[in-house]
Design a protein around this ligand. Sequence first.
Ligand code: LLP
Length: 424
Amino acid sequence: MNHFDLIDGVLHAEAVPLTLIAEAVGTPVYVYSTATIERHVEVFREALAGIDDPWIAYAVKANPNAAVLATLAKLGLGADVVSGGELMRARAAGIPAERIVFSGVGKTADEMALALREGIGQFNLESEPEAEMLADVAEMLGMVAPCAYRINPAVEAGTHSKISTGRADDKFGIAYDTALDAYARAAARPSLKMQGIAVHIGSQLTDLAPSRAAFEKVGLLLAALRAAGHAIVNADLGGGLGVPYDPAKPIPPLPAAYGEMVRDVTAGWNARLMFEPGRLIVGNAGVLLSRVIRVKEGVNRPFVILDAAMNDLLRPAMYEAWHDIRAVVPREGEMTAHVVGPICETGDTFARDREMDRVEAGDLVAFMTAGAYGATMGNTYNSRALTPEVLVSGKDWAVVRRRLPLETLIAGDELAPWLQQDQH
Ligand code: LLP
């Protein structure tokens, strides 16, 4: 559920009309709802009821905005980070280092050193060379790195191929069959403390069966590792639970069903369970607000041309993702249209043959469920500015990322010496 509703014919974020934000900040702009974020944290916690002291590490990549992270820090969440930049953001937002877990196949020695100095709670290692590098870095710093190996369970998650991570030939984790040897070699390094086991099979999961299969494998390995003498205390089950995008499609399993499956599979594990939800926490908590620049007649359909483009919301171009597009002030009637942005490639298409609220030039539309993997995947293609962001709480709202002036687009560029203009 979310807090974006029509009130007196105008789409609101909580108590704030989106028309007001569009007037004040301009479009395109992302708008997030605090109450929705809080609600999703509560629902996820309720779903995990009965699990002793779960470690919920929000996947920062889903939405790393400082105000969003600070909202989650206040609610006591930890963080799953995948770069030095995300680690810095999580710490700056007040997330305690010991609640931070560091994932990713390409951690560099510098990032490892940064994370060790910060004192993070766990490194999720994805290969043996990575474990060796971390052991060397920790040794040099005279520290011990708390670690888990991420296991590749070789399962088909049933989601979009680009966001499936647990198939045998995906780049993530170590092969199940090699795990016992890998743990033995890592445990031989005094600067590594092998305390956990981790898995994550993909994102926007709409079926619990592949997760269950992966968790069952983790359970088997957990027992085997303990039998081999490893003191494994943490089991990280990753993130990935899907959220509803298309009202016409069946809704993904509810957090409560996920929690029930987890309790069932992990009964008797006697480990601290860790979770890395991203989309589930922030997905429905954000919309991308955009204005119709013009409507152009097409051969088959009209083109609704927006001031938002694929650089603002990449998901449709990258994953054929479906986002509901609603008029902010609905008129009478409906239309079927292609909805596109101003960028000069056909991939800059948000929707084809979309049956939607009828809109005209100057109208505002909202892309729903854009809080996760929206602004964070934004870029400046076609020399368009990064999208600003607004956070709403009740009747209050604040710009939490400014729209930077276009000059900042070239602020980092330098002319090569031979191109510098003569002064006269
Ligand atoms: N943990 C790990 C190790 C991950 O790689 C991810 C997501 C998560 C947790 C969080 O997954 P979530 O709960 O948000 O599904 N850009 C894509 C999604 C990429 C997901 C990458 N990894 C999209 O827009 O659909």
